[in-house]
Design a protein around this ligand. Structure first.
Ligand code: 13P
Ligand code: SF4
Length: 305
């Protein structure tokens, strides 16, 4: 079968079986093309609430599929590839957060959405990279314990200097590999290009960027900009998607190491199998876990707009 034939079959099965396909923007082009919606983690969380279909297939990583399940427990939610997890989400456990809460009593625990559902049960509010600044500004508390990404936390801290932050050492093992040296090399190779980076990069890299933002933020910025050249400092699929979307502009990679194998684990054939009811993993969460963990997602959506 050709790629187009597989895509046609997926489209047919989606209709027949009342399936909605959500795809994170880091997914491959052929998956984005058959998705009902694609976007950053915040957009996907919001869409998860409103999608009318009985079944949702999440092409992304586990915490994204679990967020969909929490927001739509009545739906059948399938993670497109069982082994696609986000390593950052696994970096901290409930015991550690409880210890941190004892160390910093009265602090509001702000969790990046890239966390396990279990961890969300002991946090106060979730944020995504595109909503974090807006949400933290609106929190009543001036004392913020930000977990698990200290790089995103440092970025938010800089935008909200009026609040006190405690950051814990964790982060994305992919974005955190980018160095100042990578920036110097890319800038030297492309002196007219603007540098756009994700806030999961280390502060020393983010400080050198012309724009810091979420996956969707970077894409929107590059599409609207009058500039013609861009160095992209997030998962390398974004540079590829942008190159297709803006053929009159040039996109360069900040680092060839910016590849998330978990986000890349799903293939078009995996999606086809999920549509046939054969592949992926159905997300099962207990009612009690959903009740406890969903609270911080609900706060995120109410403050994030
Ligand atoms: P976004 O919130 O920008 O979609 O980021 C999610 C993610 O996992 C980035 O690595
Ligand atoms: Fe997790 Fe980093 Fe992959 Fe995003 S890019 S899913 S934060 S490991």
């Amino acid at each position: 079968m050709t790629v187009q034939e597989v895509q046609e079959e997926i489209r047919r099965l989606k209709k027949e079986n009342d399936i909605c396909i959500l795809a994170h923007s880091y997914q491959a082009k052929e998956i984005i093309e058959i998705a009902d919606f694609s976007g950053d983690s915040y957009a996907l969380s919001k869409l998860a609430k409103t999608a009318p279909n009985k079944t949702v297939i999440m092409c992304g990583v586990r915490f994204m599929a679990e967020t969909v399940k929490m927001l739509s427990p009545e739906k059948k939610v399938i993670l497109s590839k069982s082994e696609a997890g986000c390593p950052m989400a696994e970096q901290m456990d409930v015991e550690l957060i409880n210890q941190l809460k004892e160390m910093y009593p009265g602090y509001t625990v702000v969790a990046y959405i890239n966390t396990t559902t279990e961890l969300k049960t002991v946090c106060d509010v979730c944020v995504t990279s595109s909503s974090a600044v807006k949400i933290v500004k609106q929190l009543e508390s001036d004392n913020i314990l930000f977990i698990p990404d200290c790089n995103l936390g440092a970025y938010v801290q800089k935008q909200v200097p009026e609040k006190n932050f405690k950051l814990v050492h964790g982060g994305c093992p992919i974005h955190a590999t980018v160095t100042k040296r990578d920036v110097e090399k890319a800038r030297a190779a492309h002196p007219n290009a603007e540098l756009l980076v994700h806030p999961e990069c280390i502060p020393a890299v983010a400080e050198l960027a012309d724009y810091v933002g979420s996956t969707s933020g970077i894409m929107e910025y590059a599409k609207k900009s009058n500039k013609k050249e861009f160095i992209i400092g997030t998962e390398n699929s974004i540079a590829e998607h942008l190159q297709y979307a803006c053929p009159d502009k040039d996109f360069y990679l900040l680092s060839t190491g910016l590849v998330c194998k978990n986000m890349k684990a799903t293939t078009l054939v995996d999606v086809l199998n999920c549509c046939k009811g054969k592949g992926g993993e159905e997300i099962i969460l207990s009612d009690e876990t959903i009740k406890q963990a969903k609270k911080c997602i609900d706060v995120m959506i109410s403050l994030g707009g």
